[in-house]
Design a protein around this ligand. Structure first.
Ligand SMILES: CC(C)(COP(=O)(O)OP(=O)(O)OC[C@H]1O[C@@H](n2cnc3c(N)ncnc32)[C@H](O)[C@@H]1OP(=O)(O)O)[C@@H](O)C(=O)NCCC(=O)NCCS
Length: 391
C-alpha cells in the first residue's frame, strides 16, 4: 500500500473501533416512509398502498404524482387542476435555455440535466424557502421543468427549435411531443405514460437516499434533486438502461446471444439490466415493460431487439439465476419510442423526480439529520516530520 510504504515507521492500527459495518447498507432501514414499499420476496411494489399492478394501465403518471405527493388519487376536479398546473410550469427561464446552449455538445445528457436543475434554483423565487407552500410550488415546477430541460436539450442538439407545451395534451404526452416534435399516437402515449408511472418511485433506492440525505441537512429542493440525479446517473443504478441498449446493439442476431453473455460472465462483467439488491424474484415493473417492449418493437419494425432481449433473459437466468430489473426492457421500450439511448436515463430521472420530490418533502416533514458513522480502519499516532526529512 503506497500510503504505508511512504511512512514505514508508523504504528499499525489499534483495535479501537469495534463498530459493525453493513457494507452497502444492505438491509438497513434508514428512514420510515409511507410513499412506496418494495416487497423483494414476493416481487411486489406498492405506491401509497396501491400495488402497481392495480394502477398499471388505469392511472396516469400525473395521477401517480398526485398519489405520491398528497397520499390520494385525485378526483376529477383535483386532476384537472393538477394537470393544468403541471403543463403551465413546463417553461424554462430564458437564462437556463441560454446556459444549456453553452454546454459542450458531447456532454452526457445526465450531466446537463444535473447542472440545469442546479441552475434553475438561481431563477426560482422560492429556491431558498422551505415552507410547505413554497415546496409545493417547487414540486410542480421542478417536475415540469425537468421534462422540459430534457426535451429542449434534445431538440437543440438535433438542430431543431424548442417547442412549447400543447395545453390540450396531458403531461406525459406533452413531454414526448416536446422531445420528438410529433405528438404521440394513442398507443405511444399510453406506453410512455405507463413507463413513467412504473419508474415513479421505488423505496429507499440509492438516488432517493441521496436526495433524503441532502434534504435532511435542511438544504433546498433543487440541491436535493441535483444530488439524486447525480446518483441515478451511475451504471449500477439508472445508467444501466443505456448500457442495455449498447449491449443489444453489439449483438447482431439471436444466435450470438449465448456466446456473448458467456463471454461477459467469463470476464466477470455484470449484465446490465439484471439483478437487484432487493428483488430476489422478478421485478414487477419488468413484467409490464416486457409486454410493452414486445408490442412496441413489433410496431417500430425492430422485432429482433425484443427477440434478442428474450434470449438474453433466458440465458442470464439459466447461468446466474437472476431476473431482469426495470432497466432491461425499458431500454427497448424507449428505443421503439424513438428516444436516443443517451437520453434513457434522463427519462428515468423525469419519472423518478416524482418519487424524489415526495421523499424530499417527507424528509422535511419529520426531519432528523441523516448522519451515519464509519468504522475507522486506518492508523493512529503518526509522527510529523519537516518536509526536508520526508522520504
Ligand atoms: C443492481 C446490482 C448492483 C445489485 O447488486 P447487489 O445487490 O450488490 O448484488 P451482488 O453484487 O451481491 O450480486 C449477487 C450475485 O449475483 C451476481 N450478479 C448480480 N447482478 C448481476 C449482473 N447484472 N450480472 C451478472 N451477475 C450479477 C453477482 O455476481 C453475485 O454472484 P456471485 O454470488 O456468484 O458472486 C447488481 O445486480 C448489478 O450490478 N446489476 C447490473 C446493473 C443494473 O442493472 N442496475 C440497475 C438496477 S435497478
Amino acid at each position: 500500500m503506497l500510503f504505508l510504504s511512504c511512512f514505514p515507521e508508523v504504528t499499525l492500527p489499534q483495535p479501537a473501533d469495534q463498530k459493525v459495518v453493513v457494507r452497502g447498507l444492505e438491509g438497513v432501514a434508514a428512514a420510515e416512509t409511507r410513499i412506496s414499499y418494495v416487497d423483494g420476496v414476493n416481487g411486489r411494489l406498492y405506491y401509497q398502498g396501491f400495488n402497481i399492478n392495480e394502477l398499471a394501465g388505469r392511472t396516469s403518471f400525473a395521477e401517480t404524482c398526485h398519489l405520491l405527493w398528497y397520499g390520494k388519487l385525485p378526483n376529477a376536479q383535483e386532476m384537472r387542476r393538477f394537470r393544468s398546473r403541471l403543463v403551465s410550469e413546463m417553461r424554462l427561464p430564458t437564462q437556463v435555455v441560454t446556459l444549456m446552449q453553452l454546454v459542450p455538445p458531447n456532454t452526457h445528457p445526465m450531466a446537463v440535466l444535473r447542472t440545469m436543475v442546479s441552475a434553475l434554483a438561481m431563477f426560482d423565487p422560492d429556491a431558498e424557502y422551505n415552507s410547505d407552500d413554497a415546496n409545493d410550488r417547487k414540486s410542480v415546477r421542478l417536475l415540469a421543468q425537468v421534462a422540459t430541460i430534457i426535451a429542449d436539450l434534445h431538440r437543440t442538439r438535433s438542430g431543431k427549435g424548442v417547442l412549447s407545451p400543447d395545453p390540450d395534451l396531458d403531461f406525459a404526452a406533452n413531454f414526448l411531443y416536446m422531445f420528438r416534435g410529433t405528438p404521440p399516437d394513442e398507443e405511444e402515449r399510453k406506453a410512455f405514460d405507463l413507463t413513467l408511472m412504473l419508474h415513479a418511485d421505488h423505496g429507499l433506492n440509492a438516488s432517493t437516499f441521496a436526495s433524503r440525505v441532502c434534504a435532511s441537512t435542511l438544504s433546498d429542493m433543487h440541491s436535493a434533486l441535483a444530488s439524486a440525479i447525480g446518483t441515478l446517473k451511475g451504471p449500477l443504478h439508472g445508467g444501466a438502461n443505456q448500457r442495455v441498449m449498447e449491449m443489444l446493439d453489439d449483438i447482431d442476431n439471436v444466435n450470438e446471444v449465448e456466446s456473448y453473455i458467456e463471454g461477459m460472465l467469463n470476464d466477470k462483467q455484470r449484465i446490465m439490466g439484471f439483478g437487484h439488491r432487493v428483488y430476489k424474484v422478478e421485478d414487477p415493473r419488468a413484467h409490464h415493460l416486457r409486454r410493452l417492449s414486445a408490442r412496441l418493437c413489433e410496431r417500430a419494425n425492430v422485432p429482433h431487439l425484443y427477440e434478442i432481449s428474450q434470449r438474453i433473459e433466458k440465458v442470464v437466468h439459466e447461468r446466474k439465476g437472476i431476473y431482469p430489473n426495470v432497466d432491461f426492457y425499458s431500454a427497448t421500450v424507449q428505443h421503439a419510442l424513438q428516444i436516443p439511448d443517451d437520453y434513457f436515463t434522463t427519462i428515468f430521472s423525469a419519472a423518478r423526480s416524482a418519487g424524489w420530490i415526495a421523499h424530499i418533502r417527507e424528509q422535511f416533514a419529520d426531519n432528523r439529520l441523516i448522519r451515519p458513522t464509519s468504522k475507522y480502519v486506518g492508523i493512529f499516532e503518526r509522527q510529523w516530520r519537516p518536509i526536508e526529512e520526508r522520504d
